[in-house]
Write a protein that binds this ligand. Structure first.
Ligand SMILES: Cc1cc2nc3c(=O)[nH]c(=O)nc-3n(C[C@H](O)[C@H](O)[C@H](O)COP(=O)(O)OP(=O)(O)OC[C@H]3O[C@@H](n4cnc5c(N)ncnc54)[C@H](O)[C@@H]3O)c2cc1C
Length: 392
């Protein structure tokens, strides 16, 4: 694969979006900007209300072309368009961002990887039209890499189909999804099974309260000899390639979520520092506060640039792109926590109240580092990549 990372448009560095990227971004902005108030409703609604609100957002996003972006496993070129548009969502609402990523990107990528017409017609088409919600259960309670661990989700062939049994402890959108894709061991390989909500043998747990993202619904999923017919099975997969790709895409999304959280946090902290007076002047005029904000802006800008660069390298299929995505995720996730903690300090006692935006950002900032590939595992993978790229 030629390394085209040196092919900069116009011969220099150009951080502007292309016409097509701007168009998708502008369409998404136009479709949702007027609804930003309704995004807050996601948090207050009951489960059915949350589902209806999300479907409303999805159907408006479908018209913008946003939902189908980044679903096809080998379509690299639309990554920057996705990044450009997704940045908006990351600033507006982490809950909506994560719900849409789980449905359109994670579930959508798995559905798009199947060559089964039935699955495309019944599952992928309504998903792309914003008429249904998807969810993915990959994380296991037990140690998935230990073959001796018998607690993993397994599938066995039975007649003309498969019976799937196991448990997935965390499934984003689980309580509101139309379709759930779960990974399970099939003989010595992994396969993905697509099940509609209400399917016999599929039990969705109650919504799990979490530290942050109050508008996101998460539950466990239990499977007891749930029967799945072959058109709704992807695999057995020849290797971990597709699932690794999915994780990497999730990690890039989580880096973007971190940047979005940082931007919202920084804006709220700066606004407060300009408005709030002590000693007869806005606290922004005190060096201690001004320097803190300068530090936060530096972290935000650096995380954003690194995330752009990782995505851009990926769009050119550069060999180092996976390493850079992990670097971006580690840096952005840790920076988001630093920014959220410092902003809370700038907000003083007011920002410690439960419904204050800075409290919300503080609660949400812990998530990107532990979700997807955790910060520790990212660092291990970066180190492994270095050894592979520069053998000693
Ligand atoms: C709100 C929420 C929503 C979620 N939604 C989904 C979803 O929709 N679908 C889904 O599949 N999952 C989902 N998850 C699960 C999430 O992706 C996992 O929590 C994440 O991947 C980390 O896995 P784990 O919890 O099993 O952590 P563990 O793997 O148990 O890690 C625990 C700690 O040990 C460290 N660690 C683990 N292995 C090693 C190692 N080899 N060496 C060194 N350190 C190690 C980790 O870095 C971490 O610090 C969700 C989680 C949450 C909290």
């Amino acid at each position: 694969m030629p390394d085209r990372t040196q092919d900069c448009r116009g011969g220099g560095m150009n951080f502007d979006w292309t016409g097509e990227q701007k168009q998708v971004r502008d369409r998404l902005n136009a479709a949702l900007k007027g609804d930003l108030g309704a995004i807050g409703e996601l948090e207050r609604a009951d489960i059915e209300g949350n589902r209806q609100l999300l479907l409303g957002f999805l159907s408006r996003m479908a018209d913008t072309g946003y939902l189908g972006l980044g679903q096809v496993a080998d379509a690299h070129i639309d990554i920057m368009t996705l990044v450009a548009a997704r940045e908006l969502l990351a600033q507006w609402s982490g809950s909506l961002f994560l719900a849409v990523e789980a449905s359109s990107r994670l579930f959508g990528t798995l559905a798009a990887a199947s060559d089964q017409e039935d699955l495309h017609r019944q599952v992928l088409t309504p998903l792309r039209q914003g008429k249904s919600i998807g969810a993915v259960g990959m994380t296991e309670d037990r140690d998935a890499s230990d073959p001796a661990d018998t607690g993993r989700t397994v599938a066995i062939a039975d007649g003309d189909g498969y019976l799937v049994t196991g448990r997935k402890p965390f499934v984003t959108n689980g309580p509101i999804a139309d379709w759930i894709a779960v990974t399970a061991d099939l003989d010595a390989q992994v396969a993905v099974f697509f099940l509609p909500c209400g399917h016999p043998g599929l039990a969705i747990g109650p919504p799990i309260p979490t530290l942050g993202f109050d508008g996101l619904t998460v539950s466990s999923v239990e499977l007891t000899e749930a029967r799945v017919s072959p058109p709704f099975v992807l695999g057995p997969l020849p290797d971990q390639g597709l699932l690794d790709l999915l994780r990497l895409r999730e990690d890039l999304a989580l880096a973007q979520l971190s940047v979005g959280l940082m931007q919202s946090t920084f804006d709220a902290a700066r606004f407060h520092a300009k408005k709030h007076k002590r000693g007869g002047k806005p606290i922004l005029h005190y060096q201690e506060i001004g320097f803190k904000l300068a530090e936060l802006l530096t972290l935000l800008q650096t995380a954003q640039l690194l995330t752009y660069r990782a995505a851009w390298m990926w769009s050119y299929q550069a060999e180092q792109a996976p390493t850079l995505v992990r670097c971006a995720k580690v840096f952005a996730a840790e920076a988001a926590q630093t920014v959220a903690a410092a902003a809370l300090q700038i907000g003083g006692g007011r920002s410690y109240l439960a419904d204050h935006p800075l409290t919300r950002f503080y609660r949400e900032s812990g998530y990107p580092g532990l979700a997807g590939t955790t910060t520790e595992r990212c660092r291990m993978a970066i180190a492994d990549d270095m050894i592979k790229q520069h053998p000693v």
